[in-house]
Design a protein around this ligand. Structure first.
Ligand code: GSH
Length: 211
C-alpha cells in the first residue's frame, strides 16, 4: 500500500518467538496488543499511530490516496459499499477460519504424551472436518465466484480492498488450499505478485513466510 501510494517509509522488523509464535514484548511498547501491522505517521507534524490492517488502509487512502492510481470509491456508490465489504471481510470473515485451520493442524503435531496424542488428533480432525474446512471452502468458493471475469475485486482497477485481501489469499495459496478448483484466485494472487509496488515492497521489506 505504501509503495502504491509512493510514500517514503521505514520498516521496523519485530521477530516472533519461534516457539509461541507471539510477537516480542517490544511490540507492546508500540501498542498494548503487540500486533503487526502498526504504522506511525508524523507527516502532519503530530505523531499518529494506526493499528488494524483495514484501518491502516482506510487511513492511508483517506490521507494520501487522492492522486494515486488506486480506486477512490465515490461516497454512497456501490463501489464504495463493495470496497468497504472486502476491507472488513478479509480480517472479519476470512482470516478467523484460516487461523483456526492453522491452529488445529498444529494441535495434531503438538508434542504431547503418547497416550494423549490419538485423542488430540481425533478432536483436531473432527473440528477440521466438521467446522473449519467446510467454512474455508465456502469462503473460497465465494471469493472465486466474486472474481469471475474481473481483474480486481472492484473491477479493472486495483483498490485498497485488493491489498487487504492479498495476505489471506496468498497465505491460502502457500498452505495448498488453492488448487485447480480456484483458477481465478490463483491468477488473482499471481497478478498481485506481479505488481511493481508489490515487487518493490519485497525488495525493501525482504521475503516473508506464512506460518
Ligand atoms: N486483525 C489484525 C490482526 C493482527 C495480527 O494478529 N497480527 C499478527 C501478525 S499477522 C501478529 O502480530 N501476531 C503476533 C502476536 O499475536 O503476538 C489486523 O488485521 O491488523
Amino acid at each position: 500500500m505504501l509503495e502504491e501510494l509512493n510514500l517514503e517509509y521505514e520498516i521496523i522488523h519485530y521477530e516472533r518467538d519461534v516457539k509461541t509464535l507471539q510477537g516480542p514484548a517490544s511490540l507492546r511498547e508500540v501498542h498494548p496488543l503487540g500486533k503487526s501491522p502498526a504504522i506511525t505517521d508524523d507527516g502532519s507534524g503530530e505523531q499518529i499511530l494506526i493499528v488494524e490492517s483495514g484501518a491502516i488502509i482506510e487511513y492511508l487512502m483517506q490521507t494520501y490516496g487522492k492522486n494515486s492510481s488506486l480506486i477512490t470509491p465515490k461516497t454512497g456508490s456501490k463501489e464504495e459499499r463493495d470496497y468497504r465489504y472486502w476491507l472488513h471481510f478479509s480480517e472479519g470473515s476470512l482470516m478467523p477460519p484460516l487461523l483456526l485451520r492453522l491452529i488445529f493442524h498444529r494441535v495434531k503435531k503438538a508434542p504431547v504424551p503418547f497416550f494423549v496424542k490419538p485423542i488430540a488428533k481425533a478432536i483436531a480432525n473432527k473440528v477440521l472436518s466438521d467446522f473449519v474446512n467446510p467454512n474455508v471452502q465456502c469462503l473460497l468458493d465465494f471469493i472465486e465466484a466474486s472474481l469471475e471475469g474481473k481483474q480486481w475485486l472492484l473491477g479493472d482497477k486495483l483498490s485498497g480492498a485488493d491489498i487487504q485481501m492479498s495476505y489471506p489469499l496468498e497465505a491460502s495459496v502457500a498452505s495448498g488450499l488453492i488448487d485447480d478448483h480456484y483458477p481465478d484466485i490463483q491468477s488473482y494472487v499471481e497478478r498481485i505478485h506481479q505488481q511493481p509496488a508489490y515487487q518493490s515492497a519485497l525488495l525493501k521489506g525482504g521475503k516473508y513466510d506464512y506460518i
